[in-house]
Design a binder for this molecule. Structure first.
Ligand SMILES: [Zn+2]
Ligand SMILES: [Zn+2]
Length: 83
């Protein structure tokens, strides 16, 4: 599946907006100086785009406040330590 050109979060088209302000990376939460996000203002930085799925989950876990995701994170960290 070719997802190039679309949002990696929701699949909608990426747009250039001067008005939305610098976006936070959806995964790591860092703010980046770019104007290209999807129509829902999602943004994923280069580092997260090239990171492995596990790395991305860990980054996402660091700043998410969702308890459901926190337990998912603990699970994936535990899993990793077992191997
Ligand atoms: Zn999106
Ligand atoms: Zn990031």
């Amino acid at each position: 599946m070719d997802r190039k050109g679309g949002c990696l979060v929701c699949g909608n088209e990426l747009v250039y907006s001067e008005f939305a302000g610098p976006p936070e990376c959806f995964y790591c939460g860092n703010v980046y100086d770019t104007n290209t996000t999807c129509i829902h203002h999602h943004y994923i930085c280069d580092a997260c785009q090239s990171a492995s799925a596990n790395d991305v989950i860990e980054r996402y876990c660091i700043h998410t406040s969702s308890t459901e995701l926190q337990s998912l994170c603990e699970f994936s960290v535990l899993n990793k330590e077992c191997h």
